[in-house]
Design a protein around this ligand. Structure first.
Ligand SMILES: Cc1cc2nc3c(=O)[nH]c(=O)nc-3n(C[C@H](O)[C@H](O)[C@H](O)COP(=O)(O)OP(=O)(O)OC[C@H]3O[C@@H](n4cnc5c(N)ncnc54)[C@H](O)[C@@H]3O)c2cc1C
Length: 340
């Protein structure tokens, strides 16, 4: 939505870390606008694995990725963040008083501080090098599973040897008509536990594993019927009505790389006190940042959001004393959260 706005902080990216940053900034009375290329909040959680269970969010023994995003969205609602979906931040310029952010949809926002929570950047799945695969994209060939039900009773071929390929082999097996995992080597990069589970299902005859590469797709009008797998023992034609190639994501930093911020191997270098970049007033949290010991975990991004917010407060309201308060006992915070 094109337009002009003013706010304290602009957050680039509405993944889990960008969302939680709204909460931490809100506790300190900082208003936020969030901008995301996707058409809804959630980043990787919503786009790549909404129905998968997550087990390492503190205090939530098990939650689905989408449920986590729904809970975060509810948690930040009292702060009334302004969302700009389906827009890519294309430029970031310094002004006399802060920053001006612009998107490809024509939105322009002036702010005092910027938080880059852009994850892997504008992530794009890598297409497999199979002739004519584009004709099946989004119809029979998918690069993520938004709804498991869409795969029920299908002949599914999953291609790849990493965590996504193994996880979806295990998760889709109970509802598929057939599942075949195709990987060019007998060794996998996935978690050993997933590989063991996959091998056990193979031994029970519940899934098939084929070593090789998919070289040909057969079907018409986007409806896949079979695929040809070229392996060490020759060619094999497999019934296939849904194919899921997991060849990784290209980590395109996109416009972020052109903002003059110091990078470390395609990620944004930050300090671990404030999670500030080499440009004062511009912070980076979540998967996009790098510092010694960094782990790409949601809980790490949450911690980074808390520390970043206190530093951002000093930039937005210089000289103002910040009183540290707990949400459990502060009546001021209860008022902000609408629970007074
Ligand atoms: C299959 C899978 C399973 C996982 N399981 C776990 C798990 O169990 N536990 C765990 O802690 N982590 C897990 N992770 C990792 C976790 O999802 C990431 O650490 C987390 O999503 C990072 O959050 P983020 O907010 O930093 O970035 P992201 O979730 O990547 O969100 C970044 C957002 O920024 C947007 N964006 C990027 N560039 C721009 C731009 N220029 N303009 C506008 N918007 C932009 C993107 O569209 C995206 O929505 C898993 C990841 C995958 C792929």
């Amino acid at each position: 939505m094109a337009g002009q706005a003013e706010t304290d902080v602009v957050i680039v990216g509405a993944g889990p870390c960008g969302l939680f940053a709204v909460f931490e900034l809100g506790l300190l009375d900082l208003s936020c606008h969030l901008i995301d290329i996707l058409d809804r909040p959630g980043g990787q959680c919503a786009e790549l694995y909404p129905e998968k269970p997550i087990f390492d969010i503190p205090g939530l023994p098990e939650t689905s990725a989408q449920e986590l995003i729904d809970r975060l969205t509810k948690q930040i609602a009292p702060f009334e963040p302004m969302f700009h979906f389906s827009e890519m931040v294309t430029s970031l310029d310094r002004t006399g008083t802060g920053f001006r952010i612009a998107t490809d949809a024509g939105t322009v926002i002036d702010c005092k501080a910027v938080v880059i929570a852009a994850g892997g950047g504008s992530f794009q799945p890598k297409r497999p090098p199979i002739p004519g695969v584009e004709a099946y994209d989004g119809k029979s060939v998918f690069y993520s599973v938004r709804r498991m039900e869409d795969f029920r009773d299908h002949h599914i071929v999953i291609v790849g040897g990493g965590d996504s390929a193994l996880d979806w082999t295990l998760n889709l097996q109970p509802l598929a008509r057939s599942v075949t995992l195709v990987h060019r080597r007998p060794e996998f990069r996935a978690a050993p536990d997933s590989v063991n589970k996959m091998r056990a299902l193979e031994a029970e005859g519940k899934i098939r594993f084929r070593q090789g590469q998919v070289t040909e797709l057969k079907g018409a009008d986007g409806a896949l019927q079979s695929v040809v797998v070229k392996g060490p023992d020759g060619d094999d034609e497999l019934a296939c009505t849904r194919m899921l190639p997991f060849f990784g994501l290209t980590m395109k930093l996109g416009p972020v790389a052109e903002w003059g911020i110091d990078l470390h191997e395609n990620r944004i270098l930050v300090d671990t006190e404030k999670f500030e970049t080499s440009e004062p007033g511009i912070f980076a949290i979540g998967d996009i940042n790098w510092y010694p010991g960094k782990l790409k975990l949601i809980l790490c991004g949450f911690h980074e959001a808390a520390l970043m917010s206190h530093a951002a407060k000093h930039i937005v309201h210089p000289g103002e004393r910040v009183v540290f308060q707990h949400t459990s006992s502060s009546t001021k915070l209860h008022k902000k959260l609408g629970v007074a």
